[in-house]
Design a protein around this ligand. Structure first.
Ligand SMILES: [Zn+2]
Length: 296
């Protein structure tokens, strides 16, 4: 898996929800309700033992792009919404080691831009080809992007602008490793995005090409240090506060995305229970509000 350190400068202070308004116009925007309320799947036991409190958890916004290209099988992903739910659950189990929790700001199924340029699966040197596949309407610089497509030379790659992961990823199994390649590859690339380099101990998340998922204390410290510097990453209490503001302003779709992210935190605390209840309510009252919001 190729590495490139995530450019901190790519992340601006622009509010996430500003882009949500644009997203409401996408014909292919997939409702968040189904994705986020499912509890995170515990992919393994040990790493879900929590050493972080609600106050310490850092929430990371993720825009997931499922690329389509009917005439280009090398692009057209066959992942569905349910796959994204499962991937995210396992990914969050891995990153719970560091007290980081990714939430789906939006899930977009979209037609790749210039699919005719993708004759052969891209490799590490094809930065411009891969970045050129991104539809302009869903670009944003204030969150993490993961694009799923069918074929790449490698399993995944992290650029400063976006991560690309192939849905046919395969890995070398190691003892105690993750049971599925895609969440592991996505987690590995997000590790690069958070400033981590390769460490070739096969059971580690940052080892190349294995199913390992462990992070050592130094990696945890570094990833949290980088995360704290990114303005788009908020602590759980900060995110809850923002979700409440959106909820009171009847911006239900945006509120639901944030509450749903909090609702899948692997913690048994009252704030998470509250987030679950409010996510339910925001989703239930969401469609009407979304339409209103989109037409303003
Ligand atoms: Zn790598």
């Amino acid at each position: 898996m190729a590495s490139a350190v995530f450019g901190r400068t790519q992340v601006s202070e622009v509010g996430i929800f500003r882009h949500m308004a644009h997203l409401a116009w996408f014909g292919q925007l997939i409702p968040l309700a189904g994705i986020s309320l499912l509890c995170a799947t515990a992919a393994f036991g040990q790493a879900t033992t929590n050493r972080y409190s609600f106050q310490e958890y850092l929430l990371v916004p993720l825009r997931v792009h499922l690329l389509s290209a009917k005439e280009t099988p090398a692009i057209q992903t066959t992942l569905a919404e349910s796959d994204v739910t499962r991937i995210l659950g396992k990914l969050n189990s891995i990153w719970s080691q560091a007290g980081l929790h990714f939430y789906v700001e939006s899930l977009v199924r979209e037609e790749a831009n210039q699919p005719e340029t993708y004759g052969q699966p891209a490799g590490p040197d094809d930065r411009s080809v891969l970045l050129g596949l991104r539809p302009s309407a869903s670009l944003a610089t204030n969150l993490f992007h993961v694009y799923y497509l069918k074929k790449l030379v490698m399993n995944g790659i992290c650029f400063s602008e976006a991560i690309f992961v192939k849905d046919t990823a395969s890995l070398r199994p190691v003892e105690g490793g993750l049971d599925e390649p895609i969440p592991r590859v996505t987690s590995h690339e997000l590790g690069h995005a958070l400033g981590l380099s390769h460490r070739q101990n096969t059971t580690n998340l940052m080892a190349s090409g294995t199913t390992g998922f462990w992070l050592n204390d130094e990696e945890i410290k570094q990833a949290r240090l980088v995360a704290r510097k990114l303005h788009c990453i908020e602590s759980a209490p900060e995110l809850l506060k923002r979700a409440d503001l959106l909820f009171r302003a009847k911006k239900m779709q945006e509120a639901a995305a944030l509450y749903s992210g909090l609702a899948t935190l692997p913690l048994r605390v009252k704030e998470v229970d509250l987030a679950k209840q409010r996510a339910d309510r925001a989703i239930r009252f969401g469609p009407k509000s979304n339409m209103t919001g989109a037409r303003q």
